[in-house]
Design a protein around this ligand. Structure first.
Ligand code: GN1
Ligand code: MG
Length: 338
């Protein structure tokens, strides 16, 4: 195995200490201290998810050029050979300056933090849409609802009988929301009304860096999934994750509550940042964002269950089915309060 010392030295850093940072499930991250006591962030890019690290890095450069005017954000440290990342023994590594005196929120989210998060990701899309940098599409068809629905049809066709039987009642419950697919088809066939927008695609409080003393936002992080998409993705994902009183892995389905006050805080924060950005048609469709993302996530969990759990990590036999039931429960409740 290659040593961390070798990897650091390829970035021109003489390693004194490497400390793993445990947050983040996809990429492996370390806080590095060099011989003079200076800190860096070293990260192994998960190339099973991000198949083209060069494109991911080129996107970061393009985003950084625009965003550094607005935020205090980490800078990329190229390799000693001036490459954007290091390809070393089949692994891909990148290095950033380390942001001292900063933190990312974890644990329960207050209504205030929900508002702040939504406003931050709204600003992000507004500023990037104005600057319109050229970006690679890192995850093709990622939030393409029509494509996700097709994947579920395929999964049903090849599923084994016992999983199909378990899933059947939930597939019917989900059918009650098929009108969302019609909306989606309309949006994608009317580009003038619903133009492509640059979205973060993983909008959540733990992807914002705050200053430890002032509590002010330094910058959004984890920019790897930033790519072109439609208006609903980031607001929808924030509603999906912050409006329910219990998280997506919770199986106390009867106790799950869709909280109207959080829906309001998120919508306000997002619209305060972006109200000038949208076309009239987008503004009218934005209230459907949460339902679209919940419907899509329920489809993705159900399809993975019917495919025998090939995408999401599961901890028990029915885990993906339970996650789908959770998302359908939230979806039904959200429809009532929207
Ligand atoms: C995955 O790994 P995480 O939690 O950031 C998924 C999201 C899903 C989410 C559901 C690249 O995100 O789209 O909403 O799981 N990311 C990818 O838990 O598929
Ligand atoms: Mg993520």
């Amino acid at each position: 195995m290659s040593t961390q010392k070798e990897i650091c030295s390829a970035f021109g850093i003489s390693l004194r200490e490497a400390q793993p940072i445990t947050e983040g499930l996809i990429n492996q991250t370390f806080k590095i201290t060099d011989a003079s006591g200076k800190h860096y962030l070293l990260q192994q890019i998960n190339t099973a998810v991000f198949k083209h690290p060069q494109q991911v890095q080129e996107n970061f450069v393009a985003l950084h050029r625009v965003l550094q005017l607005r935020y205090t954000m980490p800078a990329l440290i190229p390799t000693a050979e001036n490459q954007l990342y290091l390809s070393h023994e089949g692994q891909s590594w990148r290095c950033f300056t380390f942001m001292e005196n900063s933190f990312t929120p974890s644990g329960t989210v207050s209504e205030d933090l929900a508002y702040t998060t939504a406003r931050c990701f709204g600003d992000y899309t507004k500023w990037l849409s104005e600057a319109n940098p050229t970006l690679h599409t890192i995850l093709p068809r990622f939030h393409d609802l029509g494509f996700r629905a097709q994947q579920l049809v395929q999964a049903r066709e090849q599923a084994n009988a016992s999983r199909l039987k378990m899933a059947a009642p939930w597939l019917s419950r989900l059918d009650a929301f098929n009108h969302l697919l019609k909306h989606y088809d309309y949006w994608t066939s009317h580009q003038d009304y619903y133009p492509p927008r640059i979205l973060h695609h993983d909008a959540k409080p733990s992807n914002i860096l705050f200053h430890s003393q002032t509590q002010k936002i330094l910058c959004p992080i984890d920019l790897d999934t930033t790519q072109s998409g439609l208006f609903f993705s980031d607001l929808g994902d924030m509603i999906r994750s912050m409006v329910p009183s219990l998280d997506e892995n919770n199986t106390q389905f009867a106790d799950i509550e869709a909280r109207a006050s959080f829906l309001q805080a998120l919508t306000e924060g997002y619209m305060d940042a972006t109200h000038q950005l949208w076309t009239r048609q987008e503004r009218e469709a934005l209230p459907l964002s949460g339902q679209v993302l919940l419907y899509m996530q329920a489809i993705r969990f159900l399809a993975d269950y019917l495919n025998n759990d090939t995408y999401y990590q599961t901890r028990y036999e029915q885990h993906n089915l339970d996650r789908a039931i959770n998302q359908i429960t939230v979806l039904e409740q959200l429809e009532r309060i929207t």
